[in-house]
Design a protein around this ligand. Structure first.
Ligand code: NOJ
Length: 511
């Protein structure tokens, strides 16, 4: 039996709007991605995840889908999608596409029909409810982006539910017609050859049936597992496809329920991104992740950044120190069994951009006045040349900031010390090691401010990853003589039986 490809796959998130623009409109597109696929191969990823490229009014950057079976003309066409997929496969890259089952765009024909005719069956595809007696919304639920989760439809006198923007009405998953429709959408993309789906908001399709007041929207209900079983049956009727869920919960035992042989293969582990740069905190998160996700039918995922989170170099303090810590954390996670999910630009050491208010696009900013997520979504800088930095010849949809001048692909390819060169070395070393590594992780004794993990190799040696989270060097004892395989910063000093790990860095050793 061959190993399931997704189990240890390095998945690179391509934020479609910001990766590469082939036609100069300032917005990334599928043809731009296709031209840049060799970069992702050279980086050492096994798969890409494409964020939504479907027709959309783009109120929430494409997570407001108006047609699940087409490509927005701003991003290309179905024919261009097929070319991208064929090129990716030709290069040995698998492709996940994003699917958004919790809500549609308010411009979707289903919702237009539901609004136009309250007696239409489409009405029951969504969550319309009458007001409370005083005319206020049916309950106190808040939108994730701020404000009420209900919007009034004056024509009918009902409210409709939207966990996100008012332009993203929630679907009614208690309606079997919605199930059938999504199974058919899955088949549409599976038949085109996609390798899997990244499922948006995979924990929230079912709400409390009584719609009771309370912050948590009564979501994360066991009923949703029936959907994932149905989807899994479809996936398994094809060859080798996979489902990864955006289960945005921090209770790992609960996230663990979403995965397994008859549910999703993987779920994003957001607890990792929440973990501060601290050895004890990393030990706790990693131990728990391994306990929950290392079992047949699933595998752990390691998530530091994505298009919704503050970039990890910034979370870790920003500047050279934040980047240094980010490299250390990355090297630690890459040493573990499971799938690292990388977010475009982290391999350049990009920090969160400070997007000025007049340029902001995130609905969070418009609904709540909070700064929002635009700062992690600014375009990829490919070259050192302003104003388009090789991303576009037109005006970019979000502005570049000063870091693009030095943290860009062109500059970093040219430097051995760059974050990009470090990622390439790390991913190449990981790929070479993987076939010989056992999955079990052991925890050799280590100084308090270090995280040291070890995996046996089939050749009877050990593979050790040691992260020093302290601001000064630490000595880690080893069981024998060691050879350095990788370092996230300066080269460590290896003595007989120990290694001195530089501050805020990680070293990989063969012992
Ligand atoms: C999660 C997506 O990652 C995010 O970008 C989006 O705003 C929400 N789901 C709503 O679809």
């Amino acid at each position: 039996m061959t190993r399931a490809w997704w189990r240890d796959a390095v998945v690179y998130e391509v934020y479609v709007r910001s990766f590469a623009d082939s036609d100069g409109d300032g917005l990334g597109d599928l043809a731009g991605i296709r031209e840049r696929l060799p970069y992702i191969v050279d980086l050492g990823a096994d798969a890409i995840w494409l964020t939504p490229f479907y027709p959309s009014p783009m109120r929430d950057a494409g997570y407001d889908v108006a047609d699940y079976r087409d490509v927005d003309p701003r991003f290309g066409s179905l024919a261009e999608f097929d070319r991208l997929l064929a090129t990716a496969h030709g290069l040995g890259l698998r492709v996940f596409v994003d699917i958004v089952p919790n809500h549609t765009s308010s411009e979707h024909p289903w919702f237009r029909e539901a609004l136009a005719d309250p007696a239409s069956p489409r009405r029951h595809w969504y969550m319309f409810r009458p007001p409370r007696p005083d005319g206020s919304p049916p309950n106190d639920w808040k939108s994730v982006f701020g404000g009420s989760a209900w919007t009034f439809d004056a024509a009918s006198g009902d409210y409709y539910l939207h966990l996100f923007d008012s332009s993203q009405p929630d679907l009614n998953w208690r309606n079997p017609a919605v199930h059938a429709e999504f199974l058919s959408i899955l088949r549409f993309w599976l038949d085109r050859g996609v390798d899997g789906f990244r499922i948006d908001v995979a924990h929230a399709l079912y709400k409390d049936p009584k719609l009771r007041d309370g912050d948590q929207h009564g979501w994360d209900r066991d009923e949703v597992f029936d959907v994932w079983r149905e989807w899994r049956e479809v996936i398994d009727s094809y060859d080798d496809r996979s489902l990864v869920g955006e289960v945005f919960l921090y209770d790992m035992d609960r996230v663990g329920k979403y995965v397994g042989r008859t549910r999703l293969q993987q779920a994003f582990n957001f607890s990792v991104a929440k973990t501060p740069f601290d050895a004890a905190a990393f030990r706790a998160t990693i131990r728990k992740s391994l306990e929950v996700f290392v079992r047949p039918g699933t595998s752990p995922t390691w998530v530091l950044s994505n298009h919704d989170l503050i970039r990890h170099a910034t979370r870790y303090g920003g500047g050279e120190r934040g980047v240094r810590r980010g490299r250390a954390a990355t090297a630690l996670l890459l040493a573990l069994p499971g799938s690292p999910y990388l977010y475009q630009g982290e391999e350049l050491g990009l920090e969160q951009s400070d997007v000025p208010p007049e340029a902001r696009q995130d609905p969070t900013w418009f609904r709540s006045g909070e700064v929002g997520r635009d700062g992690c979504r600014t375009p990829m800088p490919w070259t050192s040349t302003a104003p388009g930095y090789g991303f576009t010849t037109g005006p970019p949809w979000l502005p570049f900031d000063a870091q693009a001048k030095t943290r860009n692909v062109e500059a970093e390819v040219a430097s051995e010390e760059s974050t990009l060169s470090f990622y390439r070395r790390a991913l190449a070393a990981r790929r070479a090691l993987l076939p010989s590594l056992r999955r079990e992780v052991s925890w050799p004794a280590a100084p308090d401010d270090c995280v040291v993990v070890s995996r046996a190799t089939r050749a009877g040696r050990s593979f050790v990853a040691a992260m020093n989270a302290a601001g000064s060097a630490r000595v880690v004892q080893l069981t024998g003589s060691a050879e350095v395989l990788l370092s996230s910063a300066e080269r460590p000093v290896v003595d007989a039986g120990s290694v001195t790990v530089p501050p805020e860095s990680t070293v990989w050793l063969r012992v």
